[in-house]
Ligand binder design. Structure first.
Ligand code: ATP
Length: 684
C-alpha cells in the first residue's frame, strides 16, 4: 500500500484549496468580463431593442426573471393546458410519471447486472456469466421501450399543451375583433409570432422541464438508497455538499437568461415581420425598387443585424456558461465521485475480497455516475427554468392583452391614456357630452357624435344624421377629414367617445373597404365570404358536402348556393372568371392574380350575394373604371340594400338620396347634411 508523507498530504490539501479558490476567482472575473461585454453590446443594440408598436424601449433590467410573478403566470397558463385532473393531458402526465419511475428502477437493475457480470468475469464463473447475460438481454427490452416511450410522451404532452393554449388564444384573439384593436390601436407587437412560435416553444420547454426535473429527483432518491449499501451516507453527503457549492457558484456567474430569451424572440419576430411586408407588398415595392434592391436590402439587413447582434452576445454568454457547467458538473463531479468511493477502501484495514470489490466497484461507479448526472441535471434545471420564464412572459403578455381587449371594460382600461388626453383637450369642454351609447335599431342614426382619431385629434364635432331604410347617403370630404373613421366607430372598431349611434345588429350591415380582403379558397369562397370557405367548414364538421343532383348544370356548379354565386358574378361583370379556369372550384392565388378592379368587383359581388339591409361602402369602387363604377352602383341601387357610401366622384351622388359633407381640410371639424334631388335619368 502506498503511504503518503505528512508533507505530501499537506501539499494535496493546499493544492485542492488553491484549485477551489482559483475557480471562484476565475468565475468572478469571467462574470465581470461578461457584464462589461454585455454593457458594450447593449449600447450598440440600444436602438435595436425597441418594441416597434409601442415605441417603448425594452428594459434592459431583468424584468423577465424567475420570481413570484413568473410562478403566478406559469400557474395560470398551466390551468389552460391541464384544465382538469380528468383531462387527457393529466392522463399523459400520469403515463409519463410511470415511465420515469420505471426508467429509474430499470437503471438500478442494470447497474446490479453489470456488477454481477464483472464478478463472474473475475472469478471465471461462466455459468453465472451466461445466466446474467440472458437476464441483461431480458431487462434491456423494457428499458429500450421505456426510453423511447419517454421521448414520445414528452412530444405528445408538448403538442397537447400547444393545442390547448393556441385554441384558447384563438378564441380570445378572434372574438370581438381583438386582433384589430391589438394590432392597430393597442400596439401588441408580433401577436402572430407569439401565437405560432412562442406558444410552441413554451409547450416544448415545459414538457421537457417536467422530465428533466422529475427524473433526476427520482434517480437521486433511489440511487442514494442503493449507494448507501456500498459507500454509506457519509460519502454521499460529501458528494452532495460539492454539488451544493458548485450550484451556487454557477448561479452567481449566470447571465440573465430569461430576459435574453424574451429579447431574442422579440427581435426575431421583428425580422420576420420585415420579410412578411415584402411578401405582402411585393408588387408595390417591385415597381419603384432600384435594380440592386438596395433600399429593401438595407431595411432587411438592419433588422437582421439587430437580431444577430443580440444572438451573438447571447451565444457568447452561453458558451462561457457551458465551459463552467461542463467542467464543474461533468468532469470535476466525476473526480469527486471516484474519490468518495475509493477513500474508504484505501484507508480500510481489512483485507480486500477482489471478487466482491470488483462487483461493488462496477455497480457503485455506475450508480455514482448516474447520481452525478442526475444532480448535474437538477443544477442545470435553472437554465431551463429561466428560458421557460422568457417564453412564459411572451405568452402571458399575449394572454393578458387579449383577455383584457376581449371585453369592453378592458379596452377602456387599456385606452386610459387616450381618455385622459381627451379630457385634457380644452376645446372639447365646450361640448356637453352624454355618455357614449350604441343601441340597436332598424335604421342607422348618429346623434351628437364627436369623433376623435386614436391619437386624440378632433375629427368631427357633434355630428347628427340619419340613414333610414331605402334612403342611401353619400359621404364626401377631403382626405383625412374622418370619413372612414366614421365607419370604424359604426363598426365598433374604434370606441365611441361621445354621443349616440343607433344601428341594425351585426350581420345586417356589410362593410366594403378600398382594399378588399381576399380569402384563401376557391372562386366560390371569394363570393361567399365572410361565410367560411367550404373546405374549412366541411373539415370542421367532419364531412364534405355532396354534390346534389338537383343543382343546375352550369359549368363548375356543385353546391346549392352556386346559382346565387354566379348571379352575383354576372351582376358585377366578372363571370368570365368562371370560364377562365376550373369553374367555381378553381383554387388560385387570388391575391396575386386578380386585378385591383376585379378584387373590388368581387367585393361588390359579396354584397349582392349576401343581400344585407345596409351596405357601408368605403371607396370600394375606386379602382373600377368610371362607367363600370356607375354600373355597379346602378346594380346596387336595384337591390333592396340601403347604401352608406364614401366616394370622391360627384357622378355617384345620383345613386343616393342625401349627402354628408365633412370639411376637415379647412382645419375645422364641421359637417353639412343635405337632401339630394332625385335623379330622373337614373333607371330604377
Ligand atoms: N390608427 C390610427 N391612429 C392614429 N391616427 C389615425 C389612425 N387611423 C387614422 N388616423 C388619422 O385619422 C384621420 C382621419 O382618417 P380617415 O381614414 O378617417 O380619413 P378619410 O377622411 O377617410 O381620408 P381618405 O379620404 O384619405 O380616405 C387621419 O388624419 C388619419 O391620419
Amino acid at each position: 500500500m502506498v503511504v503518503f508523507s505528512k508533507h505530501q498530504k499537506r501539499r494535496a490539501v493546499g493544492l485542492l484549496l488553491l484549485g477551489g479558490g482559483a475557480i471562484v476567482v476565475g468565475g468572478r472575473l469571467l462574470q465581470l468580463q461578461i457584464r462589461a461585454y454585455q454593457k458594450e453590446q447593449n449600447a450598440l443594440c440600444e436602438m435595436y431593442l425597441t418594441n416597434a408598436a409601442s415605441k417603448q424601449p425594452i428594459s434592459r433590467k431583468p424584468k423577465v426573471a424567475v420570481n413570484a410573478r413568473f410562478a403566478g403566470r406559469l400557474g395560470e397558463i398551466l390551468q389552460i393546458c391541464v384544465p382538469s385532473v380528468f383531462s387527457k393531458e393529466a392522463l399523459f402526465i400520469l403515463v409519463q410519471s410511470c415511465l420515469l419511475v420505471n426508467r429509474t428502477l430499470l437503471t438500478d437493475r442494470i447497474s446490479v447486472l453489470e456488477g454481477i457480470s464483472a464478478e463472474a468475469v473475475i472469478t471465471k464463473d461462466w455459468a453465472m456469466f451466461m445466466v446474467n447475460l440472458v437476464s441483461f438481454a431480458w431487462t434491456a427490452a423494457p428499458a429500450a421501450l421505456v426510453n423511447s416511450g419517454l421521448k414520445y410522451m414528452q412530444m405528445i404532452i408538448s403538442l397537447s399543451f400547444q393545442q390547448r393554449l393556441t385554441e384558447n388564444l384563438h378564441k380570445l384573439y378572434l372574438s370581438n375583433k381583438v386582433y384589430y384593436v391589438a394590432s392597430t390601436l393597442q400596439g401588441l407587437s408580433n401577436a402572430d409570432q407569439r401565437i405560432t412560435e412562442d406558444v410552441e416553444k413554451f409547450s416544448s420547454a415545459i414538457s421537457e422541464l417536467f422530465s428533466y426535473t422529475f427524473k433526476p429527483v427520482l434517480d437521486i432518491i433511489l440511487f442514494t438508497r442503493s449507494l448507501s449499501k456500498t459507500i454509506g451516507y457519509k460519502g454521499q453527503f460529501l458528494l452532495y455538499s460539492y454539488f451544493l457549492l458548485t450550484s451556487s457558484l454557477l448561479r452567481s456567474i449566470s447571465p440573465p437568461l430569461a430576459l435574453m430569451t424574451a429579447q431574442e424572440a422579440a427581435l426575431s419576430g421583428n425580422f420576420r415581420n420585415a420579410h412578411q411586408r415584402i411578401v405582402s407588398h411585393a408588387e408595390e415595392i417591385a415597381f419603384n425598387d432600384p435594380p440592386g434592391g438596395d433600399t429593401e436590402q438595407m431595411i432587411l439587413n438592419n433588422y437582421l443585424n439587430r437580431y444577430v447582434c443580440h444572438s451573438r452576445l447571447s451565444a457568447f454568454q452561453k458558451f462561457v456558461q457551458q465551459v463552467a457547467d461542463g467542467y464543474l458538473i461533468k468532469y470535476a463531479a466525476s473526480i469527486v465521485g471516484i474519490c468518495v468511493y475509493a477513500a474508504p477502501i484505501y484507508y480500510s484495514r481489512q483485507r480486500a475480497d477482489t471478487k466482491a470489490l470488483t462487483g461493488d466497484y462496477i455497480r457503485s461507479m455506475r450508480l455514482l455516475m448516474n447520481t452525478s448526472t442526475a444532480i448535474g441535471q437538477l443544477i442545470l434545471v435553472y437554465k431551463r427554468v429561466t428560458s421557460l420564464a422568457g417564453f412564459t412572459s411572451r405568452v402571458s403578455e399575449l394572454l393578458e392583452s387579449v383577455r383584457q381587449l376581449s371585453t369592453k371594460e378592458g379596452r377602456t382600461q387599456r385606452a386610459s391614456p387616450l381618455q385622459k388626453m381627451l379630457e385634457g383637450i380644452d376645446s372639447n369642454k365646450a361640448i356637453n357630452y352624454d355618455p357614449p351609447c350604441l343601441i340597436f335599431s332598424d335604421s342607422i342614426e348618429f346623434k351628437h357624435v364627436t369623433l376623435y382619431s386614436p391619437d386624440g385629434s378632433l375629427l368631427v364635432r357633434d355630428l347628427s344624421f340619419q340613414v333610414p331604410r331605402g334612403g342611401s347617403v353619400i359621404i364626401m370630404g377631403p382626405n383625412g377629414s374622418g370619413k372612414s373613421s366614421l365607419f370604424r366607430v359604426l363598426a365598433e372598431l374604434w370606441p365611441l367617445q361621445s354621443g349616440t349611434i343607433a344601428r341594425p345588429p351585426h350581420g345586417e350591415i356589410f362593410y366594403l373597404s378600398q382594399n378588399p380582403y381576399i380569402v384563401q379558397g376557391t372562386l366560390r369562397d371569394q363570393v361567399r365570404y365572410p361565410s367560411p370557405p367550404l373546405a374549412v367548414s366541411a373539415a370542421a364538421s367532419g364531412k364534405w358536402w355532396s354534390s346534389s343532383a338537383n343543382v343546375t348544370s352550369l359549368k363548375g356548379m356543385k353546391h346549392p348556393d352556386d346559382v346565387a354565386v354566379i348571379e352575383a358574378l354576372q351582376a358585377t361583370e366578372i363571370d368570365y372568371l368562371v370560364e377562365r379556369g376550373d369553374g367555381l372550384d378553381q383554387l388560385q392565388n387570388w391575391e396575386e392574380t386578380l386585378s385591383g378592379g376585379e378584387k373590388q368587383r368581387i367585393a361588390v359581388a359579396r354584397v349582392l350575394y349576401h343581400n344585407p339591409r345596409y351596405a357601408v361602402l368605403d371607396e370600394c369602387t375606386s379602382a373600377v373604371s368610371a362607367d363600370g363604377e356607375e354600373n355597379l352602383y346602378r346594380r346596387l341601387q336595384k337591390s333592396d340594400i340601403t347604401l352608406l357610401s364614401i366616394a370622391h366622384r360627384p357622378a355617384l351622388k345620383k345613386y343616393h338620396s342625401a349627402i354628408l359633407y365633412l370639411d376637415g381640410s379647412q382645419g375645422g371639424s364641421g359637417w353639412r347634411y343635405e337632401k339630394l334631388a332625385a335623379d330622373t335619368t337614373n333607371p330604377q
